[in-house]
Design a protein around this ligand. Structure first.
Ligand code: T5A
Length: 201
């Protein structure tokens, strides 16, 4: 049986953090041990890398950006995700390697296969078993955001190419991805996500 490692994905403002939090609360209410992580970040090293990546004061080149995301992720995999899964916990992740494939691979045009190959060594074979892809119109997603980050501020056309990247990956891996339309009320989105997770584990 696959490990309960679930990633919540989508473009800016899709509702990833909100839905991951609420689904986690439902799982905890059933007595399950849930470890929540976010990318980039989730470790001391990763949070420092996050500040480099998302602040407006530095402008990493596209490959520097891709490699820094991969570096933060490698730290998270070794320090948190791998041990949590080994201990029997469920891992709910606000973004994952699939964000790199969509943002750097598709959005920045580095190529999904090339970005995948630089991420693979650091992930130690542990990929999200289920990706809940929250679908939102890019303009609506940007409206929902409180504060933009450097990459989120690239604008609506960039968001569109990232969204297209996510949809292409979902079509290529239909067993791993579930797409949920977030035009529905939040309660309903959470309910569908929760049921998709519980149908697998
Ligand atoms: N990035 C990240 C890469 O380029 N490559 C990578 O490999 C990785 C990991 C990270 C940035 O880095 C980039 C992507 C990003 O630009 P982040 O911290 O993940 O940034 O932040 P964002 O995605 O920008 O997070 P947001 O907070 O904007 O989006 P969320 O988490 O999707 O949205 P959330 O949950 O905060 O919700 C936003 C608002 O919408 C409402 C919520 O209540 C909230 O007010 N909402 C809904 N409203 C109506 N109906 C619904 N169904 C709703 N769901 C949520």
């Amino acid at each position: 049986m696959s490990l309960p490692y679930v990633a919540f994905e989508g473009i800016e403002g899709a509702g990833k953090s909100t839905v991951a939090q609420l689904v986690g609360e439902r799982l905890e209410a059933e007595g399950r041990r849930v470890v929540r992580v976010r990318e980039p970040g989730g470790t001391a090293v990763g949070e420092r890398i996050r500040a480099i990546l998302l602040g407006h004061d530095l402008l990493p080149d596209p490959w520097t950006e891709a490699l820094l995301f991969a570096a933060a992720r490698a730290q998270l995999a070794g320090e948190v995700v791998g041990p949590a899964l080994a201990s029997g916990a469920w891992v709910l992740s606000d973004r994952s390697v699939y964000s790199s494939l969509a943002y750097q691979g598709a959005g920045r045009n580095l190529g999904i296969a090339a970005v995948r190959s630089v991420n693979e060594p650091g992930l130690l074979g542990v990929w999200p078993s289920l990706v809940i892809l929250l679908n939102v119109d890019p303009a609506e997603g940007l409206r929902r955001q409180d504060v933009g980050d450097r990459i989120g501020d690239e604008g609506v056309e960039f968001q569109r190419s990232v969204a297209d990247g996510f949809v292409a990956m979902a079509a290529a891996e239909p067993d791993r991805f579930v797409i949920i339309d977030t035009g529905e009320p939040l309660d309903e989105v959470v309910d569908v996500a929760y049921r998709e997770i519980r149908s697998r584990w």
